[in-house]
Design a protein around this ligand. Structure first.
Ligand SMILES: [Cu+2]
Length: 134
């Protein structure tokens, strides 16, 4: 099995996260885990402007992190794994934005607002999330 232990983001979550810095990425990044059952964990995340969010794929299938284009607060704030510049472009390239198992995607949120996003292959299974930037 290549699946690794899934981070538990409960009351002890901060301790677990602090011990995981060796995985790489920005030291002070907020983490969202893509795990089983087609979910982002946590599904809703609040951060301060300027925070980097790191989505880590702990699942054994690929997922994307794709913003809903009509819902980002500013045109320059669109984000998607694969580096797409629009939701349409991301949807038209089903595999281009996939974050492979054990891989990760990062985005730094510069502008306050509410950002809804989804997984291109699993949107129909309800794989959606939200980042609220203060
Ligand atoms: Cu997915």
């Amino acid at each position: 099995m290549r699946r690794r232990g899934v981070l538990r983001l409960g009351g002890a979550g901060l301790v677990a996260l602090a011990g995981c810095s060796s995985v790489g990425g920005s030291a002070d990044a907020k983490r969202v885990s893509m795990a089983g059952d087609f979910t982002y964990d946590p599904e809703r995340l609040g951060v301060d402007a300027g925070t980097t969010v790191r989505w880590v794929n702990h699942d054994d299938v690929g997922h994307t992190v794709t913003a809903y284009g009509g819902k980002v607060p500013a045109d320059d704030a669109y984000f998607a794994s694969g580096g797409f510049e629009s939701e349409r472009a991301a949807r038209n390239d089903i595999t281009g934005g996939v974050v492979a198992p054990d891989d990760a995607y990062e985005h730094t949120f510069a502008t306050a607002g509410t950002y809804d996003y989804f997984c291109v292959p699993h949107e129909g299974s309800g794989m959606t999330g939200r980042v609220v930037v203060r």
